[in-house]
Design a protein. Sequence first.
Length: 731
Amino acid sequence: MKQFLLLILLVLFACLSPAQDRFEHALTLPKRTENLVFRDRVKANWLPNGKSFWYRVQTGPKTHEFLLIQAATGERKTAQSLKALGLPEKETLKSSTAKIELRKTTRTGEESGLKFINQLDADVDLFWINQQGEHVRYGGIRAGTEREQHTFDGHVWLITSRTGEHLAIIEAGPLVQTLIIDGKGISKAKEEEKKPREPGFRSPDGAVLVTSEAAPVTRRQITIVDSSPREGVQPKLKVIDYIKPGDPLPNPQMVITHKDGRKVHVPKNLYENPFTESGKLDVTWSPDSHEFYFDYNQRGHQLYRILAADTKTGAVRVIVEETSKTFIDYTQKTWRHWLHATSELLWMSERDGWCHIYLYDIKTGTLKSQITKGAWPVRNVLHVDDAKREICFLASGLRKGEDPYHLHLCRVNFDGSGFQQLTQGDGNHRIEFSPNRDFFIDTYSRADLPPVNELRRSRDGSLVCELEKADATQLLAAGWTMPERFVAKGRDGQTDIHGILIKPSHFDPTKKYPVIEDIYAGPHSAFAPKDFGRLLNHHILAELGFIIVKLDGMGTNHRGKAFHDVCWKNIKDAGFPDRVTWIKAAAQTRPWMDLTRVGIYGGSAGGQNAMRALLDHHDFYHVAVADCGCHDNRMDKIWWNEQWMGWPIDESYSRSSNKDDAHKLEGHLLLIVGELDTNVDPATTTQVVGALQKANKTFDFMPIIGTGHGAAETPYGSRLRMEFLVRHLQP
């Protein structure tokens, strides 16, 4: 009998060991592929003359060299030390930029916040570095202004210049922090700066104070159960403010107070229903203090104005007005630059269907000219030279035949003349200017192209020299596979849809492999990788015997207004008609893609998307893992959901609700949620669980204890996701 049982165990072990071996092999990929790409980074240290710079480049796992570059000629000198280059030792040199150690978000704690004070005379950009190490842009912080950013304890944020220079990296704590941006990194506000400040905005001449007054409104609160607090064995309740779509908002009025105590209430006829959670409206002053300017983002995001108010009378007039039948992307496409010396304003708008720059007369509120034009979007303004009357910016979609998401550096004059594209390589470009802006270092790459670093002249973009070309030979030798880019027509048969495929290192073209899509269809950006990187999450899954795909369907950003508008009041669409078409087109010439076994996974908005695949497209997708999904847009945070779904709340919210459509589920579904999620209300997931139970559906549900948003990225959640996909997709 014992021998028989032993035989059974040996048979079971023999059956299980290949799968176990695959898991172990996949999970060692990060370590096996670490530090195997060389000559990929150039961080210039410009010398005081502004005509030369040095950098240190990694040439092997434990080797490096120093280079000194003469910018005018491209002449290069190589040595093993700074001293050999005729330069003082590194620690005595003052680099033009500090080296910032990048890291990614690894945990999501309690709700918190960051307040930034930008003391620079230039705008900066703000990025959240997510759990995958990807940089998610959260707009900018204008020169000389302050900004508050909602976040969570443990989330990592990056501040960059408009040229892409890394200024500082911050990990949020449990308490709100005030941080000063002064070009020397970021420092916490001094104690005296933390003292209560005078409310409102004082005029440059100190004679007038502007405040915004609003009657208090009841703020929604949600209760989260911390089942296993570290302090003890008894559960704790956490109550947090959490405003949801449709909730009442404060309705502020601007009030002008003169130094003699006289108050003037600014009439509300041009800003009757502002979208503001705080009840505060920011102010920009005219240099002579005769008027101030403020934004009016009407709730529903279909009307946006820049208004001017007279400080003596309170009279309000319109400088700029934007309207849309769908939505105005106010978080990313309302850039402006005040030209007070000439009473002009540079303004960004999508009014012609593409994001472009316009010139306005401040005094009359009339449009003087459209500066940039074409079926391509301005993506980011890097620099405005008021004296030369020219703008330096990043744009995409400029060259036929190239990926329309690739960023290129451009320059144009205020009158629209002199347009130049200053970068050339087929890739996504990141720019760093020399201190005097005479030169720039252009680093470009693609998902399938390691970085290329070039030195170019700012006046015309001409090439001085190639600095470095990355070597990924050892990375590929370690079993990492190069992603494959693929383009196919979308649902309309005309629009190109772009994405990537990743194969396992043990790929055999004679075999059939199930396909898994990593989905995130949030309309605020686009998500298929455009820069070279190891993409470890994707490659680990691929090593388990899958083909991994990631693409951007209609409804996501950066492809023009019509492409973007597909998401309006239609979050459930998630670009699925384009995604299914793209995957089928890829499989036509790749017979090793088995479309009888297709899985999908995603987190947050991607969690909503992943479950939606099994509600509306279960004829194609068979398995889904949905992590921390915002499954019902009425349950999630107000600012993100009203931006795309509109206000007031209407039937479109129900049409996109996974809870309301739970009865349509077919296929294998795993729901994951962090019990301490303060980003997306955990009740969003548990309500879906209740609806599935009521509909008598079979599914899997796993709350992750003591974890917040992004629970599937924890070690346990990640393993659970892998096991679920293997169990239901592998033969």
